[in-house]
Design a protein around this ligand. Structure first.
Ligand code: ADP
Ligand code: MG
Length: 404
């Protein structure tokens, strides 16, 4: 196996008096011009404060939403004030991320000052990783700090391009995320278990296949389990399932057997006629799902089995809820598992890492996010990491053989 070269860390960089271009993820959820969840701002604040206190001139780069060209409703200006509040210091704003507005604002930026540049995606060169655009950005700074792991699966000008033209370093959040994922997926304390849930096998096929190579125990839940149940000859009624993928599910189960990877599927289910608030639900054994019923959650016996398995391992990776957790009571299975994992982690018996958009929402709903060893908010980049893909925004931060 090739051991990857180490990541260059921001701590190694000379930052005093330097113009530091720092790529962060300010793609926060907004409603009616108000930030509805400040998690991302709070998480990135320590990086920016640290840079400012090092005596850098801090130039903040981010995308925001998916504008098609310049669409003012995607302006980052609305974040100037929330960012200033999170940093407890002044934040200047430049109405364009390159050219005169940016250059002028940077000239006025004192040592230790913070400047937010307008949405990178207002320029199409950003997502195209256009060399000309990357050079325009690079001309604004002396050093590039990349601290947006959540954007690292995309080769954009601000995630990869800049590293060609400026000395490039990983920020603390980037390092923390790479470290947590490396420790839980690639170099785990064994035995290692994975919990994979969610709606579809098709969207997680690469994740399952990659994890199969790495884990000792695989716990499958969510609607995704339905396709595996079909592969075992069970009936799933009118549940969400992917009959086309039954052969794939069979192959996965067969491969797991060959690798001595234990696979657990639910042995009971919470069913209802439809997925709606207030609908009547009941618990059935997994071999007794009626024709017109939908499996909407795993039952308590399945959860007990999963937790029993988890007690035998030292590390756990989790992506995907085990049921339609957005609607009560179909969150109960996922919440119970989340609390169990949180308990073992708090007791020091388990290293637990979780991620995925809905999984993070679920853990927040269960009130256990703080109890997990690490919860990744990186969404797509987290999933690509679980797929075993190499992330261009991480690779460009590795030391070059010439650095060593
Ligand atoms: P993540 O965003 O964490 O990667 P996914 O998007 O893969 O997770 O899966 C979450 C979705 O799966 C949720 O919307 C949830 O309602 C749905 N889901 C899970 N189990 C079921 C089920 N049994 N029936 C219908 N939907 C389900
Ligand atoms: Mg999702």
């Amino acid at each position: 196996m090739n051991i990857p070269l180490p990541i260059r860390s921001m701590d190694q960089a000379e930052l005093r008096n330097k113009r530091v271009l720092v790529r962060v993820d300010l793609n926060v959820p907004m409603q009616d011009g108000q930030v509805t969840d400040t998690t991302r701002l709070m998480r990135v604040a320590p990086t920016l404060i640290r840079l400012a206190e090092c005596g850098a001139r801090v130039i903040v780069l981010s995308h925001f939403g998916r504008p098609k060209g310049l669409e003012s409703r995607y302006s980052l200006r609305v974040l100037q004030r929330p960012l200033a509040q999170a940093l407890v210091r002044e934040v200047a704003f430049a109405s364009d991320c390159v050219g005169r507005p940016a250059e002028g604002a940077i000239r006025n930026l004192p040592v230790g000052g913070v400047l937010l540049l307008e949405n990178l995606r207002f320029h199409e060169g950003e997502e195209k990783n256009d060399a000309g655009f990357a050079k325009q950005l690079a001309a604004l700074g002396d050093v590039f700090v990349s601290d947006a792991f959540s954007a690292a699966h995309r080769a954009h000008a601000s995630t990869v391009g800049l590293a060609k033209y400026l000395p490039a370093y990983a920020g603390p959040l980037m390092e923390e995320e790479i470290d947590a994922l490396h420790k839980s997926v690639d170099a785990p304390t064994r035995p290692l278990a994975a919990v994979i849930g969610g709606a579809k096998v098709s969207t997680k096929l690469k994740v399952i296949e990659n994890l199969l190579e790495k884990v000792d125990v695989l716990l499958i839940g969510g609607a995704m389990a339905n396709t595996f149940l079909l592969a075992q000859g069970l009936k799933i009624g009118s549940s969400l399932g992917e009959p086309d993928l039954v052969p794939t599910a069979e192959r996965i189960l067969h491969q797991a057997e060959g690798k001595n990877c234990r696979v657990l599927l639910p042995n009971d289910a919470v069913i209802a006629d439809k997925l709606e608030p207030g609908v009547a639900s009941r618990l059935v054994r997994i071999d007794a799902v009626p024709e017109r019923a939908m499996i909407l959650d795993v039952g308590p016996s399945s959860i007990a089995n999963y937790l029993q398995q988890i007690q035998t391992v030292r590390s756990l990776v989790w992506n995907g809820p085990l049921g339609a957790f957005e609607i009560a009571p179909f969150d109960e299975g996922s919440v119970a598992l989340a609390r169990g994992v949180a308990d073992y982690t708090r007791a020091g018996a388990l290293i637990s890492v979780a991620g995925g958009g809905d999984t993070v929402a679920l853990l927040n709903q269960a009130g256990v996010t703080q109890d997990f060893t690490y919860v990744s908010t990186a969404g797509g980049a987290f999933l690509e990491y679980l797929e075993g893909a190499s992330l261009p925004g991480v690779e460009c931060l590795r030391q070059k053989p010439s650095d060593v």
